[in-house]
Ligand binder design. Structure first.
Ligand code: MLT
Length: 252
């Protein structure tokens, strides 16, 4: 089992992911929000790469059971029902709903990786659950960090390092790329207090300035969820807990 980490979406084009097993990480906050929404009973999350497309698909495709969510410059978008704070995606709001989600980096990274054979979303919340599943799949893994505006982001890379360390505990037969090894090293240096690390990151500081400090606390929780979002068709859904094999993506 080979594991590689792409520090930013710029490191690869869409076709690079064709047929691969890919994990997208956007700790602050898209993948934490996606995990929360699915854990709280959302039917599916449709990640989109533009606000215009979000508005278009939410219009008639999902029979009125659709919520538009996401952010621009960390703030809720005008006309959208929800922003990108994971805590907004509570069961009473999202249960049974299709959520069309647009975010600056996270949903774009997911859309970029849509040709993967197996595509999962990860944040600190589901590291352990996803590590178990990937270890049982035993396929090579690409970890795509959403980063910030195509730049490196520490929190996504530290999360990648934690995920790889967990897989290493379960699967002795793994080989790591240089970027995967460096991610483990960063997670050892910065991952002891995840909240402290998040507060000191570039994105963390911007979220604090914009009044979202509580989100950092929420996003720092390690292994707080069992939910594993997997991409199938055009949406992320909850992987059944006892799923022995990954669900393959139908490219659309
Ligand atoms: C992103 O996709 O870049 C983030 O989720 C942005 C944010 O929520 O601040």
């Amino acid at each position: 089992m080979k594991i590689n980490v792409l520090y930013t979406p710029l490191s690869a084009d869409e076709l690079y992911f064709t047929g691969k097993t890919t994990v997208v990480i956007d700790v602050l906050r898209a993948t934490t929000t996606i995990i929360t929404a699915l854990q709280n009973g959302a039917k599916e999350i449709v990640p989109v790469a533009t606000v215009e497309f979000a508005v278009k698909v939410s219009g008639g495709m999902f029979g009125g059971q659709t919520l538009l969510g996401g952010e621009r410059n960390t703030k809720k978008i005008e006309g959208f029902a929800l922003g990108n704070s994971p805590m907004e995606y509570s069961a009473d709001v999202v249960a049974g709903k299709s959520v069309v989600l647009y975010t600056t980096n996270g949903t774009k990274a997911l859309v970029k990786a849509k040709f993967s054979a197996d595509l999962f979303a990860c944040s600190f919340a589901n590291v352990s659950a996803l590590a178990k599943h990937l270890s049982s799949l035993s396929k090579d893994v690409e970890i795509l960090c959403a980063g910030r505006s195509n730049n490196f982001s520490l929190e996504d890379t530290v999360c990648a390092g934690k995920l790889i360390s967990e897989i290493e505990k379960l699967n002795a037969d793994i080989s790591l790329s240089d970027s995967a090894r460096a991610s483990i090293s960063l997670s050892k240096s910065f991952g002891k207090s995840i909240l402290k690390m998040l507060k000191e990151t570039e994105h963390g500081k911007i979220l604090i300035e914009n009044g979202f400090e509580e989100d950092l606390k929420y996003c720092s929780k390690l292994n707080s969820a069992e939910a594993i979002p997997y991409f199938s068709g055009n949406a992320l859904k909850l992987l059944p807990v006892d799923a022995g094999t990954a669900v393959s993506v139908k490219a659309e």
